[in-house]
Design a protein around this ligand. Structure first.
Ligand SMILES: [Zn+2]
Ligand SMILES: [Zn+2]
Length: 110
């Protein structure tokens, strides 16, 4: 019977070479110390913990979404400022390149 096997003879579900230290109560698989996590006083494997935390998550979805929107807006503002600054610099500095353009036009017209 596989269920009667002592825990020290069990191997981790993810690491076949490692000894299991605990059994996940949610899925019943054995895991090594690295694969098992403590969550609110209970021992859970990484995948069960992820499933559990994802099931709780939807409540916090809105703030996360707004955070992402804000980040996108900030990114846009920074990009806009960058190009605005670049445009302003192009207007201020190259007065001689503008003259060069006029010179070029004049030479082409001739
Ligand atoms: Zn599990
Ligand atoms: Zn493991």
């Amino acid at each position: 019977m596989p269920g009667s096997t002592p825990i020290h003879l069990q191997r981790c579900f993810h690491h076949s070479l490692r000894e299991a230290v605990a059994r996940c109560p949610a899925c019943g698989r054995f895991y090594c110390r690295e694969c098992i996590n403590e969550h609110q006083g209970r021992l859970l494997c990484a995948s069960c913990l992820r499933r559990l935390t994802q099931a709780v998550k939807p409540k916090r979805r809105w703030p996360a979404l707004w955070g992402r929107v804000a980040a996108a807006l900030i990114g846009l503002a920074v990009t806009w400022l960058f190009f605005y600054g670049l445009g302003a610099l192009l207007i201020i500095i190259p007065s001689d390149s503008h003259e060069m353009q006029e010179h070029l036009f004049n030479t082409l017209e001739r």
